[in-house]
Design a protein around this ligand. Structure first.
Ligand SMILES: CC(C)(COP(=O)(O)OP(=O)(O)OC[C@H]1O[C@@H](n2cnc3c(N)ncnc32)[C@H](O)[C@@H]1OP(=O)(O)O)[C@@H](O)C(=O)NCCC(=O)NCCS
Length: 337
């Protein structure tokens, strides 16, 4: 297999074809990102604190595997993050191993010393196909997560809870109001502090208003709509809790929960359930054909999981986030199959 960096639309089409086939084969209601959402990553690979590089593996002319590497640029400068998939018709031929080896070499060449990647368990609850490969590298399983899926036909959005006295609700599409921006960025930065990370080596991300706006702008450029709900503490003006959902501007069927966080000063008042319930209402009013919402939570994140259970989310599959130490002297990948 020959591995090429994706640098033009033709290569991107091949990349997308493999992603689409793998997602369709492996998951329910988790399709590959639409092609148009990928194009801006070619034109502006660095935005909002992340640099993305895409690669496609070819057998002759045929695309058989894909690799995406994401490098944080404002924090976590020792880390690289990888996603890889092999076309279902071309598995067990060494392509996954070759893509992973390529990822390791690329991450090392960037001067980074750690690779983080997520791999799904099999649907029967057993080891996922990537696990033996990762173990052969002495990768460390660092955090268990679950994807959860809300089927809106089975669990229609009900009336949201009343907003408690002393708080007010703010909702928006695409751009958070200017007066909430600093509070929104502050809470976004707390995500990597407050959400359980298990044994993952991730430092707190650095967020400010400019990075928050850049993230929103990148979403728009990628043809995504962003739906946000915040609850504001009236006495202090602080953003007490915030949540957002992203959905393609034309393809509304499957939506993606992004971040939800309640400020530690305001926890224990069911504000997490409040903002998510109102945001679901905003979703179905803005996108009446929305059918599913995807979300990912650390299995140990009992508070968030309880909120999601209350909203009707159901476990789809289990994932594990693995960490590979690439510092000098760390074990290298076995060669061959
Ligand atoms: C994981 C994945 C990328 C492996 O791709 P692949 O090309 O089939 O992998 P390889 O042929 O290089 O296999 C490498 C090793 O992985 C293990 N492996 C791969 N698929 C396996 C399976 N279905 N069952 C058990 N072991 C498996 C084996 O140890 C294999 O070595 P062997 O063939 O010498 O026994 C592929 O199954 C895939 O795309 N899965 C869905 C996405 C995914 O899990 N991504 C996470 C990547 S970290």
């Amino acid at each position: 297999m020959q591995i090429q960096q994706v640098q033009d639309l033709d290569a991107l089409r091949r990349f997308h074809a493999v992603e689409a086939a793998a997602s369709q084969h492996d998951y329910v209601a988790l399709p590959a990102d639409p092609f148009e959402e990928l194009v801006p990553l070619l034109e502006a690979p660095e935005a909002a604190g992340n640099l993305v590089r895409m690669f496609v593996g070819l057998e002759g002319d045929e695309p058989v595997g894909v690799l995406s590497l994401r490098y944080p640029t404002l924090d976590n400068l020792d880390n690289g993050n990888a996603e890889l998939a092999v076309h279902p018709a071309h598995r067990r031929q060494g392509h996954g191993r070759a893509l992973l080896q390529y990822a390791l070499d690329h991450v090392r060449a960037q001067g980074r010393s750690r690779l983080l990647l997520e791999a799904p368990w099999s649907t029967d609850g057993g080891d996922g196909p990537a696990f033996p490969l990762l173990r052969s590298l002495r990768a460390k399983p660092a955090l268990d997560t679950h994807r959860r899926l809300l089927d809106l036909a089975r669990h229609p959005v009900g009336p949201p809870p009343a907003v408690p006295a002393g708080y007010r609700l703010v909702q928006w599409v695409d751009r958070a109001p200017d007066d909430l921006l600093d509070g929104a960025a502050y809470l976004r930065g707390r995500m990597t502090l407050d959400a359980p990370l298990g044994e993952l080596t991730i430092e707190q991300e650095k967020w400010d208003a400019a990075r928050y706006r850049e993230k929103e702008a990148q979403g728009l450029a990628r043809n995504r709509m962003l739906l946000g709900t915040a609850v504001v503490h009236e006495a202090s003006g602080a953003v007490a809790g915030i949540t957002d959902i992203s959905v393609n501007r034309e393809l509304h069927e499957i939506a993606y929960q992004w971040d939800t966080i309640v400020d530690p000063d305001h926890r224990g008042r069911r504000l997490g359930l409040l903002v998510k319930s109102w945001n679901h209402r905003l979703l179905v009013r803005t996108c009446p054909t929305a059918a599913f919402v995807n979300t990912w939570n650390a299995t140990s994140n009992t508070y968030m999981v309880a909120v999601n259970d209350a909203l009707g989310f159901e476990p789809a599959e289990k994932w594990t986030e693995w960490e590979l130490d690439l510092s000098p002297g760390a074990p290298r990948l076995r060669s061959g199959r």
